[in-house]
Write a protein of this length. Structure first.
Length: 119
């Protein structure tokens, strides 16, 4: 049985702090099909309280994390307007080693974001 797991966190790079209260959805992606398999909210450290996909549940394949950042950015007093420049931020990635710890963070600012394969 695979022992890999998936973690994430969100850092507000404009303010230099962890981003608390961001809802995160995790989908398994196969072709045009998306199946939601997990949901979490970031804590005061910008992390989820537990791995978003715990050990034993990670499988090789394609995934998508969706970070619902719009309400957080609004609450931080960033310039708004409808539609928001950033609202739901998708990050699609692949897992080939289902026994590894995979970490996919989000670095967030009001008008941009980035990610990387973390540890």
């Amino acid at each position: 049985m695979p022992e890999g797991y998936l973690t994430t966190h969100v850092l507000d790079t404009a303010r230099g702090i962890p981003a608390e209260g961001i809802r995160i959805l995790l989908y398994r992606v196969s072709g045009n099909s998306h199946r939601k398999i997990a949901e979490a909210v970031t804590n005061a450290d910008g992390r989820t309280d537990a791995p978003i996909l715990p050990a034993g549940q990670l499988r090789a394949g394609n995934y998508e994390l969706i970070f619902e950042a719009g309400a957080y950015l609004d609450a931080m007093g960033n310039p708004g307007g409808e539609p928001r420049f950033l609202d739901s931020i998708p990050i699609r990635f692949g897992i080939s080693d289902e026994n590894a710890h995979t970490h996919v963070p989000l670095l967030l600012s009001p008008f941009g974001y980035s990610t990387y394969r973390g540890s």
